[in-house]
Write a protein that binds this ligand. Structure first.
Ligand code: SF4
Ligand code: SF4
Length: 324
Protein backbone atom coordinates (compact mmCIF):
# COMPACT_ATOMS: atom_id res chain seq x y z
CA UNK A 1 0.00 0.00 0.00
CA UNK A 2 1.39 3.44 -0.85
CA UNK A 3 2.21 5.75 2.03
CA UNK A 4 0.43 9.11 2.56
CA UNK A 5 2.30 11.98 0.99
CA UNK A 6 3.90 14.85 2.90
CA UNK A 7 5.48 18.12 1.69
CA UNK A 8 7.78 20.75 3.22
CA UNK A 9 8.21 24.19 1.70
CA UNK A 10 10.08 27.40 2.49
CA UNK A 11 8.79 30.72 1.20
CA UNK A 12 10.17 34.05 2.55
CA UNK A 13 12.38 32.23 5.02
CA UNK A 14 15.83 32.42 6.60
CA UNK A 15 16.16 28.63 6.58
CA UNK A 16 16.04 28.34 10.38
CA UNK A 17 12.74 26.48 10.23
CA UNK A 18 14.30 23.88 7.93
CA UNK A 19 17.07 23.35 10.48
CA UNK A 20 14.40 22.95 13.17
CA UNK A 21 12.91 20.02 11.21
CA UNK A 22 16.34 18.39 11.14
CA UNK A 23 16.50 18.91 14.93
CA UNK A 24 13.99 16.07 15.14
CA UNK A 25 17.09 13.87 14.83
CA UNK A 26 16.32 10.17 14.58
CA UNK A 27 12.60 10.87 14.96
CA UNK A 28 12.66 12.09 11.36
CA UNK A 29 12.96 8.38 10.42
CA UNK A 30 9.50 7.79 11.95
CA UNK A 31 8.16 10.48 9.62
CA UNK A 32 9.97 8.94 6.65
CA UNK A 33 8.61 5.49 7.59
CA UNK A 34 5.06 6.75 7.82
CA UNK A 35 5.01 9.23 4.92
CA UNK A 36 6.32 9.59 1.40
CA UNK A 37 8.10 12.98 1.20
CA UNK A 38 7.08 14.27 -2.24
CA UNK A 39 8.39 17.83 -1.97
CA UNK A 40 11.16 19.39 0.15
CA UNK A 41 13.23 21.82 -1.94
CA UNK A 42 15.97 22.20 0.67
CA UNK A 43 16.59 18.44 0.87
CA UNK A 44 15.40 16.62 -2.27
CA UNK A 45 15.37 17.42 -5.98
CA UNK A 46 11.74 17.88 -6.89
CA UNK A 47 10.20 20.44 -9.23
CA UNK A 48 7.05 22.54 -9.07
CA UNK A 49 5.66 20.48 -11.96
CA UNK A 50 5.86 17.36 -9.75
CA UNK A 51 3.35 19.07 -7.47
CA UNK A 52 1.26 20.46 -10.34
CA UNK A 53 0.88 16.89 -11.66
CA UNK A 54 -0.62 15.59 -8.40
CA UNK A 55 -4.39 15.31 -7.85
CA UNK A 56 -5.99 17.99 -5.67
CA UNK A 57 -5.72 16.92 -2.01
CA UNK A 58 -3.26 14.16 -2.83
CA UNK A 59 -0.71 15.47 -0.29
CA UNK A 60 -1.81 14.49 3.21
CA UNK A 61 0.04 17.28 5.06
CA UNK A 62 2.10 20.27 3.98
CA UNK A 63 4.44 22.03 6.43
CA UNK A 64 4.88 25.56 5.06
CA UNK A 65 7.47 27.90 6.56
CA UNK A 66 8.37 31.48 5.67
CA UNK A 67 6.26 34.54 4.96
CA UNK A 68 4.63 35.57 1.67
CA UNK A 69 7.10 38.19 0.41
CA UNK A 70 7.12 37.73 -3.37
CA UNK A 71 4.83 36.48 -6.12
CA UNK A 72 6.46 33.05 -6.21
CA UNK A 73 5.81 32.54 -2.48
CA UNK A 74 2.14 33.32 -3.09
CA UNK A 75 1.83 31.13 -6.19
CA UNK A 76 3.37 28.09 -4.46
CA UNK A 77 1.27 28.66 -1.32
CA UNK A 78 -1.88 28.48 -3.48
CA UNK A 79 -0.60 25.42 -5.35
CA UNK A 80 0.30 23.53 -2.16
CA UNK A 81 -3.01 24.47 -0.55
CA UNK A 82 -4.85 23.04 -3.54
CA UNK A 83 -2.86 19.79 -3.42
CA UNK A 84 -2.87 19.30 0.38
CA UNK A 85 -5.54 18.00 2.73
CA UNK A 86 -3.92 19.65 5.76
CA UNK A 87 -1.95 22.89 5.53
CA UNK A 88 0.27 23.73 8.52
CA UNK A 89 1.88 27.15 8.95
CA UNK A 90 5.27 26.29 10.46
CA UNK A 91 7.19 28.99 12.32
CA UNK A 92 6.58 32.67 13.08
CA UNK A 93 6.99 33.93 9.51
CA UNK A 94 4.27 31.68 8.17
CA UNK A 95 2.13 31.98 11.32
CA UNK A 96 2.29 35.77 11.84
CA UNK A 97 4.50 37.34 9.15
CA UNK A 98 7.63 37.00 11.29
CA UNK A 99 10.67 39.24 11.42
CA UNK A 100 10.49 39.90 7.63
CA UNK A 101 7.05 41.37 8.42
CA UNK A 102 8.82 44.46 9.79
CA UNK A 103 9.41 45.18 6.10
CA UNK A 104 5.84 46.49 6.20
CA UNK A 105 7.26 49.62 7.84
CA UNK A 106 8.72 50.58 4.44
CA UNK A 107 7.26 50.70 0.96
CA UNK A 108 8.54 48.21 -1.62
CA UNK A 109 10.51 50.95 -3.40
CA UNK A 110 12.09 52.14 -0.16
CA UNK A 111 13.13 48.57 0.64
CA UNK A 112 14.66 47.94 -2.78
CA UNK A 113 16.36 51.33 -2.83
CA UNK A 114 17.95 50.76 0.57
CA UNK A 115 19.00 47.16 -0.03
CA UNK A 116 20.42 47.65 -3.54
CA UNK A 117 21.75 51.21 -3.37
CA UNK A 118 22.24 52.47 0.16
CA UNK A 119 23.61 49.77 2.44
CA UNK A 120 27.34 50.19 3.13
CA UNK A 121 27.98 46.82 1.46
CA UNK A 122 25.81 47.31 -1.65
CA UNK A 123 28.77 47.92 -4.01
CA UNK A 124 26.30 48.81 -6.76
CA UNK A 125 27.87 51.84 -8.47
CA UNK A 126 25.71 51.50 -11.57
CA UNK A 127 22.56 51.51 -9.45
CA UNK A 128 21.31 48.24 -10.96
CA UNK A 129 17.92 47.24 -9.61
CA UNK A 130 16.18 43.86 -9.79
CA UNK A 131 13.78 43.34 -12.70
CA UNK A 132 11.11 40.74 -13.32
CA UNK A 133 12.14 39.84 -16.87
CA UNK A 134 15.68 39.18 -18.05
CA UNK A 135 16.68 38.38 -21.66
CA UNK A 136 20.04 36.69 -22.08
CA UNK A 137 21.34 35.09 -25.31
CA UNK A 138 17.82 35.12 -26.72
CA UNK A 139 16.39 33.35 -23.67
CA UNK A 140 13.84 35.08 -21.46
CA UNK A 141 13.85 34.46 -17.73
CA UNK A 142 10.92 35.60 -15.61
CA UNK A 143 11.64 36.37 -11.98
CA UNK A 144 9.06 36.82 -9.20
CA UNK A 145 8.21 40.40 -8.23
CA UNK A 146 8.45 41.60 -4.66
CA UNK A 147 4.94 42.12 -3.25
CA UNK A 148 4.01 45.52 -1.87
CA UNK A 149 3.60 44.00 1.57
CA UNK A 150 4.64 40.99 3.62
CA UNK A 151 1.80 38.62 4.57
CA UNK A 152 1.37 35.62 6.79
CA UNK A 153 0.29 32.38 5.11
CA UNK A 154 -3.35 32.65 6.19
CA UNK A 155 -3.63 36.01 4.42
CA UNK A 156 -3.42 34.19 1.08
CA UNK A 157 -4.73 30.64 1.71
CA UNK A 158 -6.80 28.74 4.24
CA UNK A 159 -4.58 27.32 7.01
CA UNK A 160 -5.55 24.30 9.13
CA UNK A 161 -2.96 24.47 11.94
CA UNK A 162 -0.15 26.67 13.23
CA UNK A 163 3.16 25.60 14.77
CA UNK A 164 4.58 28.76 16.41
CA UNK A 165 8.13 29.88 17.14
CA UNK A 166 11.22 31.30 15.48
CA UNK A 167 12.06 28.58 14.83
CA UNK A 168 9.53 26.32 16.58
CA UNK A 169 11.01 24.71 19.71
CA UNK A 170 11.74 21.00 19.44
CA UNK A 171 9.14 19.88 22.05
CA UNK A 172 6.46 21.78 20.13
CA UNK A 173 7.47 20.15 16.82
CA UNK A 174 7.61 16.72 18.45
CA UNK A 175 4.15 17.21 19.97
CA UNK A 176 2.71 18.28 16.62
CA UNK A 177 4.32 15.37 14.74
CA UNK A 178 3.03 12.90 17.37
CA UNK A 179 -0.50 14.34 17.13
CA UNK A 180 -0.31 14.08 13.34
CA UNK A 181 0.95 10.50 13.31
CA UNK A 182 -1.51 9.33 15.97
CA UNK A 183 -4.45 11.03 14.26
CA UNK A 184 -4.95 13.29 17.29
CA UNK A 185 -4.89 16.72 15.69
CA UNK A 186 -7.23 19.15 17.50
CA UNK A 187 -9.91 21.38 15.99
CA UNK A 188 -9.06 23.17 12.76
CA UNK A 189 -7.37 26.52 13.28
CA UNK A 190 -5.57 25.47 16.49
CA UNK A 191 -2.08 26.64 17.40
CA UNK A 192 -0.25 23.40 18.22
CA UNK A 193 1.36 24.45 21.50
CA UNK A 194 0.43 25.00 25.12
CA UNK A 195 -2.36 27.34 26.25
CA UNK A 196 0.01 28.89 28.82
CA UNK A 197 1.97 32.12 28.43
CA UNK A 198 5.77 32.39 28.61
CA UNK A 199 5.35 34.00 32.07
CA UNK A 200 3.49 30.88 33.23
CA UNK A 201 6.53 28.80 32.24
CA UNK A 202 9.12 31.27 33.59
CA UNK A 203 10.37 30.51 37.10
CA UNK A 204 11.65 34.01 37.88
CA UNK A 205 10.26 35.62 41.01
CA UNK A 206 7.31 37.94 40.33
CA UNK A 207 6.64 40.64 42.91
CA UNK A 208 4.09 42.57 40.83
CA UNK A 209 6.20 45.69 41.21
CA UNK A 210 7.21 47.64 38.14
CA UNK A 211 10.32 49.78 37.87
CA UNK A 212 9.26 53.03 36.13
CA UNK A 213 11.22 53.39 32.92
CA UNK A 214 12.35 50.76 30.44
CA UNK A 215 16.07 50.06 30.40
CA UNK A 216 18.37 47.72 28.53
CA UNK A 217 19.60 44.38 29.79
CA UNK A 218 23.15 45.78 29.93
CA UNK A 219 22.22 49.15 31.47
CA UNK A 220 22.59 48.12 35.06
CA UNK A 221 22.90 45.13 37.35
CA UNK A 222 19.96 42.86 36.77
CA UNK A 223 18.86 40.38 39.42
CA UNK A 224 18.68 37.10 37.48
CA UNK A 225 16.27 35.56 39.99
CA UNK A 226 13.63 38.28 39.49
CA UNK A 227 11.20 38.98 36.65
CA UNK A 228 13.01 41.03 33.99
CA UNK A 229 9.96 43.11 33.12
CA UNK A 230 9.49 44.16 36.72
CA UNK A 231 13.12 45.38 36.64
CA UNK A 232 12.37 47.56 33.62
CA UNK A 233 13.71 45.18 30.95
CA UNK A 234 11.11 45.00 28.16
CA UNK A 235 10.02 41.36 28.07
CA UNK A 236 7.10 40.09 25.98
CA UNK A 237 6.43 37.10 28.27
CA UNK A 238 2.93 38.19 29.40
CA UNK A 239 1.79 38.64 25.78
CA UNK A 240 3.34 35.48 24.33
CA UNK A 241 2.20 31.88 24.12
CA UNK A 242 4.43 29.36 25.89
CA UNK A 243 5.76 26.06 24.67
CA UNK A 244 9.39 27.19 24.61
CA UNK A 245 9.76 26.54 28.36
CA UNK A 246 10.75 30.21 28.74
CA UNK A 247 14.07 29.47 27.06
CA UNK A 248 15.14 33.12 26.67
CA UNK A 249 14.23 34.47 30.15
CA UNK A 250 15.84 31.35 31.64
CA UNK A 251 19.07 32.51 29.99
CA UNK A 252 18.43 36.06 31.29
CA UNK A 253 17.41 37.34 27.87
CA UNK A 254 13.98 38.94 27.60
CA UNK A 255 11.29 37.16 25.61
CA UNK A 256 10.88 38.80 22.18
CA UNK A 257 7.50 37.19 21.44
CA UNK A 258 8.21 34.64 18.71
CA UNK A 259 5.50 32.19 19.81
CA UNK A 260 2.79 34.74 19.03
CA UNK A 261 -0.16 35.91 21.08
CA UNK A 262 -1.54 33.66 23.81
CA UNK A 263 -5.02 32.11 23.54
CA UNK A 264 -7.94 34.57 23.78
CA UNK A 265 -5.71 37.38 22.58
CA UNK A 266 -5.89 38.52 19.00
CA UNK A 267 -2.65 40.42 18.89
CA UNK A 268 0.47 40.91 20.94
CA UNK A 269 1.00 44.68 21.04
CA UNK A 270 -2.31 45.53 22.66
CA UNK A 271 -2.01 42.57 25.03
CA UNK A 272 1.42 43.81 26.11
CA UNK A 273 0.17 47.38 26.68
CA UNK A 274 -2.54 45.87 28.90
CA UNK A 275 0.10 43.89 30.83
CA UNK A 276 2.27 46.99 31.38
CA UNK A 277 -0.78 49.03 32.41
CA UNK A 278 -1.83 46.42 34.91
CA UNK A 279 1.68 46.19 36.42
CA UNK A 280 1.78 49.96 36.92
CA UNK A 281 -1.70 49.78 38.49
CA UNK A 282 -0.78 46.97 40.91
CA UNK A 283 2.40 48.82 41.90
CA UNK A 284 0.42 51.96 42.77
CA UNK A 285 -2.62 50.11 44.15
CA UNK A 286 -4.90 52.05 41.79
CA UNK A 287 -5.66 52.18 38.10
CA UNK A 288 -2.77 53.45 35.99
CA UNK A 289 -3.33 56.90 34.51
CA UNK A 290 -3.00 57.55 30.79
CA UNK A 291 0.05 59.72 31.54
CA UNK A 292 1.79 56.94 33.45
CA UNK A 293 1.16 54.46 30.65
CA UNK A 294 2.32 57.00 28.04
CA UNK A 295 5.50 57.64 30.04
CA UNK A 296 6.28 53.92 30.31
CA UNK A 297 5.70 53.40 26.58
CA UNK A 298 7.73 56.49 25.64
CA UNK A 299 10.75 55.02 27.40
CA UNK A 300 10.79 52.06 24.98
CA UNK A 301 13.51 52.62 22.38
CA UNK A 302 11.85 50.68 19.57
CA UNK A 303 8.13 50.31 20.30
CA UNK A 304 7.15 48.65 17.00
CA UNK A 305 10.11 46.30 17.15
CA UNK A 306 9.24 45.43 20.74
CA UNK A 307 5.48 44.96 20.41
CA UNK A 308 5.45 43.46 16.90
CA UNK A 309 8.84 41.88 16.22
CA UNK A 310 7.14 38.79 14.75
CA UNK A 311 3.57 39.80 14.15
CA UNK A 312 3.23 43.17 12.41
CA UNK A 313 1.48 41.80 9.26
CA UNK A 314 -1.19 40.07 11.39
CA UNK A 315 -1.55 42.89 13.94
CA UNK A 316 -4.31 45.51 13.92
CA UNK A 317 -1.75 47.87 12.34
CA UNK A 318 -0.58 45.47 9.59
CA UNK A 319 1.72 47.94 7.84
CA UNK A 320 2.71 51.55 7.45
CA UNK A 321 0.36 52.80 4.78
CA UNK A 322 1.79 54.70 1.88
CA UNK A 323 1.07 55.38 -1.76
CA UNK A 324 1.70 51.84 -3.07
S1 SF4 B 1 10.24 31.70 11.72
FE1 SF4 B 1 12.33 32.34 12.31
S2 SF4 B 1 13.58 30.55 11.86
FE2 SF4 B 1 11.65 30.25 10.71
S3 SF4 B 1 12.01 31.15 8.66
FE3 SF4 B 1 11.15 32.78 9.93
S4 SF4 B 1 12.94 33.91 10.76
FE4 SF4 B 1 13.67 31.89 10.02
S1 SF4 C 1 7.87 39.08 32.02
FE1 SF4 C 1 9.59 37.86 31.22
S2 SF4 C 1 11.02 37.62 32.92
FE2 SF4 C 1 9.05 38.28 33.79
S3 SF4 C 1 8.00 36.38 34.35
FE3 SF4 C 1 7.33 36.90 32.27
S4 SF4 C 1 8.74 35.82 30.93
FE4 SF4 C 1 9.67 35.83 32.96
Amino acid sequence: MSKPKIAFYWAGSCGGCEVAVVDLGEKIYDVVDAFDIVFWPVAIDTKYDDIRNLEDGEIEVCFFNGCIRNEENEEIARLLRQKSKVMIAFGSCSHLGGIPGLGNLSSRDETLDYVYRKTPVSGNEGGTMPCTTCVKDGNTIDLPALRTEVSALNDVVDVDYYIPGCPPPLPVIEGAVAALMNGELPRKGAVLSTEKTVCDECDKEKRKKMVGKARRIYDDDVDPSRCLLEQGIPCMGPATRGGCEAACPSANMPCTGCMGPPPASQEQGSRMVTAITSLIGVENEREATAEEVAEALASLRDPVGFFYMYSLPTSFLKRRYNDE
